[in-house]
Design a protein around this ligand. Sequence first.
Ligand code: ZN
Length: 130
Amino acid sequence: MEFTIKTNKREEIVDITKEMEKIVEQEANKKSKACLIYVPHATCAIIINENYDKAVCEDILNFLKKQIPKGIWKHDAIDNNADAHIKASIIGPSQIIPIENKKLQLGKWQDIGLAEFDGPRERKVIVKIM
Ligand code: ZN
């Protein structure tokens, strides 16, 4: 199954944990072992980390911004978003989360986020329960 997320800024981490938990509750059965979450996009990614303290997401975005400045790459001549491609490649387009008894096995401080690096855009999220 799939759903869409509208992002509001050029760079942000949108918490999609609630959406994912709802999908797993509805679609998983007792034999389900894992959930694959994937974004079919070149400038966003799926990240698993803390969102309880919002500063963690800001720190991750600021870290990437410092390491990967905007406007100095070859692709910037064509599309001006090379930094977004690099950030999305490093974080990656997918995550696999174990399922036990129809529940995602996220740790207490783990949330699932869609990391937008070239928004605002509408993003598709594909979910496969295995
Ligand atoms: Zn591009």
